[in-house]
Design a protein around this ligand. Structure first.
Ligand code: ADP
Length: 161
């Protein structure tokens, strides 16, 4: 049984994340989406909210689980019994960052293999940070996130101002 982990901030989950999770779930017996509890960036949704939204977004995929984690990604992978780390690649800058992190992860946990899936064409420019910026300025986020994520964004950004 091959278990893979797919870590990230998921602040909030987007259709780009869902696409990667759907495709990765076809490749492995089990995919565990790991939500970084304290990412190194400004976060809009609490950890509980990010877990809840992501769970709803992938509820239709039977072999996907969602949980939060606070440790190093490699320790989270070990804890889950995973031998594969899944990440999505959008552009060259993603590649450079992934390359750098994967070399460090390899040193920390040599048995863990990185599998990068290329973004779907329609999600190439979709990131949670850009999404929050657009939604914050009242832009239309239809087709970029599930309906309930769009509502959660509206509520959160409305209550922030
Ligand atoms: P972001 O970089 O959007 O803040 P995360 O930290 O939540 O996102 O990203 C988790 C993983 O999902 C990363 O590997 C990231 O490259 C990938 N990812 C995010 N958005 C997309 C997308 N639109 N297409 C493909 N992969 C994506």
């Amino acid at each position: 049984m091959t278990i893979a982990v797919y870590p990230g901030s998921f602040d909030p989950v987007t259709n780009g994340h869902i696409d990667i999770a759907t495709r990765a779930a076809r490749l492995f017996n089990k995919l565990v989406i790991g939500i970084y509890d304290t990412p190194d960036k400004r976060i809009l949704f609490s950890t509980e909210e990010r877990v809840e939204l992501t769970r709803r977004a992938v509820a239709h995929i039977p072999n996907v689980e969602v949980t939060s984690f606070t440790s190093l990604t490699v320790d989270f992978a070990k804890e889950m019994g995973a031998k594969v780390l899944v990440r999505g690649l959008r552009m060259v800058t993603d590649f450079e960052r992934e390359f750098e992190m994967s070399l460090m992860n390899k040193k920390l946990y040599p048995d863990l293999e990185l599998v990068c899936l290329m973004t779907g064409l329609q999600y190439q420019f979709l990131s949670s940070s850009l999404l929050k910026e657009v939604a914050g300025l009242g832009g239309d986020v239809q087709n970029l996130v599930p309906e309930f994520v769009a509502s959660a964004l509206k509520e959160k950004l409305g209550s922030e101002s």
